[in-house]
Design a protein around this ligand. Structure first.
Ligand code: PLP
Length: 446
C-alpha cells in the first residue's frame, strides 16, 4: 500500500490509543513504522530511528529477535492456544510461572497470568479484596496509590492511576481509591506523614492495599529517595496493609536489577508485571503473590475463583516469555542495563554542564530523564506556552531519535528507556543527538 492510502485508511478506521483524535484527523499519523532491528525502527519511507523508549518501555531485548519469532512459531505449530481455566493446564504456562517465581524476590512464588499491565493491576486489586473477604475482613476494600502514579486504564487501574486526566475520561473515579502525596518534591518524611494521615482518616481497617511503582515511569521517571519504600513497608506492616509493587515497567532488568524493588531492599506482598516479560513481542502480564497470600487462598478460597481472562496463561505468549527471559539472562542484560545507565547518566551530567536549560538529570539502570528548565539554579520552569519538551522531541525526531516527553503540571521532562541491549557507541550517538536537539531548541527561544 502507498503511504497516502495508509494515512487515509488510518484516519478513517483506526482509533489510536492515548491519542488526539482531532490531531489525527488534521495531520494524520506522524510515522508508519515498518520494521525493527536492535534499537532501531525503520518507517515506511525508509527513515531509520533510534527507539530510545523501547517503544512503550517494553522492548527490553530489542527489535527483530528471530529466536522469539521461532519460539512463537514452534509453540503455535504444537499448541497455539488452550485454556488454563478450571482444571486445564499446559507446559508453557507451568514453566513460565516457575521461572518467574525463581526470578522474583524470595517468598513470592505463585503467579496469576493476564494479557497486560492494566489487567494485572485490576487482578491484584481483586485478589487483595478477596484475600481480606475470605478472612472475614470484607471492609478492607480501599486501595491507596501515589499521585502521578500510572497503573493502567482498565476499570480499577484507571482509578489507581494518580493522573486526573485518565479519570475524567471515565466520568469519575471509582469509589475506594485514594491517592497519597509522593516523596518526589518534599522527601520521604513528609510523604510518610501524609500517608499515615490518609490511612488514619480513612480508617486502617478499611484499607486493603497500597500500590506504587518502584520508579514512576509515565509520571516522568521519578526515582524515589532510597529510604521511601522501606518506610512504606513499615507503615503497611504497622496497619496490616498489603504492599503491591507495580513492576510493569521496572520488571525484568529495566532499572539495572531484575525487579525495581530490589533497589530499595523491600519485599512486596504482590508484584504486577507485563511489558518486559515478553519484551512486547506478544501481550502477557501477571501478578505474583507471596507464599502467605497463596496459603490463605489455598486454605480459605472456597469454590470457584471468579476471575480469569481467556488469555490467562496463553501458551504461545508463555513460550515467547520463556525465550525472552532466557535471552535476558544469557546476554546479561540486567547487568548491561546497570552499566549503560551509568554511562547515560555521565553523558546527561555533561550536558547539564554545557547547556544552561538542562535541570535535574537522572538514571536508574536504563530508565532516565532530563528536565528542561528556564533556570537550573532555582529550578524555575518554562511557561507551558514555549512547549519546550515538545520542541525537543521534534528536534530529536529530525535527528532520528524517537523519544517521549512528560509535561504534567508544567514540567518539561524528556524520558529515556532504551532497549537493554544498547551499547556504548549507541549511547554516545544518542547523547550527541540529544545535545544538538536541546541546543537548537534553546537557540530558538532567545
Ligand atoms: N503499570 C505501569 C507502571 C505502566 O507503566 C503501565 C503501562 O504503561 C501499566 C501499568 C498498564 O499496562 P498496559 O498498558 O499493558 O495495560
Amino acid at each position: 500500500m502507498t503511504m497516502e492510502h495508509l494515512l487515509e485508511l488510518d484516519k478513517k478506521h483506526f482509533i489510536h490509543p492515548t491519542s488526539s483524535i482531532q490531531q489525527q484527523q488534521e495531520k494524520g499519523a506522524k510515522i508508519i513504522v515498518e520494521k525493527g532491528e536492535g534499537i532501531y525502527l525503520t518507517d515506511k519511507n525508509g527513515s531509520v530511528y533510534m527507539d530510545v523508549m523501547s517503544s512503550l518501555w517494553n522492548v527490553n531485548v530489542g527489535h527483530g529477535r528471530e529466536e522469539l519469532a521461532e519460539a512463537a512459531a514452534e509453540q503455535m505449530k504444537k499448541l497455539a492456544f488452550s485454556s488454563a481455566f478450571s482444571t486445564f493446564s499446559h507446559e508453557p504456562a507451568i514453566k513460565l510461572a516457575e521461572k518467574i517465581a525463581s526470578l522474583a524476590p524470595k517468598g513470592l512464588n505463585a503467579v496469576f497470568f493476564t494479557s497486560g499491565g492494566s489487567e494485572s493491576n485490576d487482578t491484584a486489586f481483586k485478589l487483595v479484596r478477596h484475600y481480606w473477604r475470605i478472612q472475614d475482613q470484607p471492609n478492607r476494600r480501599k486501595i491507596i496509590s501515589l499521585k502521578r502514579g500510572y497503573h493502567g486504564v482498565a476499570a480499577a487501574s484507571t482509578s489507581a492511576t494518580g493522573i486526573p486526566e485518565f479519570w475524567n475520561m471515565a466520568g469519575q473515579m471509582m469509589t475506594d481509591f485514594h491517592h497519597a502525596d509522593t516523596p518526589y518534591e518534599n522527601g520521604t518524611d513528609k510523604a510518610i506523614v501524609s500517608l499515615r494521615q490518609l490511612i488514619e482518616a480513612e480508617g486502617p481497617e478499611t484499607i486493603a492495599a497500597f500500590i506504587a511503582e518502584p520508579v514512576q515511569g509515565a509520571g516522568g521517571v521519578l526515582i524515589p529517595p532510597s529510604d521511601f519504600f522501606k518506610e512504606v513497608r513499615n507503615v503497611c506492616d504497622e496497619y496490616g496493609i498489603l504492599l503491591i509493587a507495580d513492576e510493569v515497567i521496572t520488571g525484568f532488568g529495566r532499572t539495572g536489577k531484575m525487579f525495581g524493588v530490589e533497589n530499595w531492599g523491600v519485599t512486596p506482598d504482590l508484584m504486577s508485571f507485563a511489558k518486559g516479560v515478553t519484551s512486547g513481542y506478544v501481550p502477557l502480564g501477571g501478578v505474583i503473590v507471596s507464599n502467605h497470600i497463596h496459603d490463605v487462598l489455598k486454605e480459605k478460597s472456597k469454590g470457584t475463583l471468579f476471575h480469569g481472562y481467556t488469555y490467562s496463561g496463553h501458551p504461545t505468549a508463555a513460550a515467547v516469555a520463556l525465550k525472552n527471559l532466557e535471552i535476558i539472562e544469557k546476554e546479561e542484560l540486567v547487568e548491561n542495563s546497570r552499566k549503560m545507565g551509568e554511562e547515560l547518566l555521565k553523558g546527561f551530567q555533561k550536558l547539564k554542564e554545557e547547556i544552561d536549560i538542562v535541570g535535574n538529570v537522572r538514571t536508574i539502570g536504563l530508565l532516565g530523564a532530563v528536565e528542561l528548565v528556564q533556570d537550573p539554579k532555582t529550578n524555575k520552569r518554562f511557561s507551558p506556552d514555549y512547549q519546550v519538551a515538545a520542541k525537543v522531541i521534534e528536534a530529536l525526531h529530525q535527528r532520528g531519535v524517537i523519544c517521549r516527553a512528560v509535561t504534567y503540571e508544567g514540567t518539561d521532562i524528556i524520558c529515556f528507556s532504551p532497549p537493554l541491549i544498547i551499547n556504548p557507541s549507541q549511547i554516545d550517538s544518542l547523547l550527541e543527538r540529544l545535545k544538538g536537539a536541546i541546543k537548537e531548541v534553546k537557540e530558538g527561544l532567545t
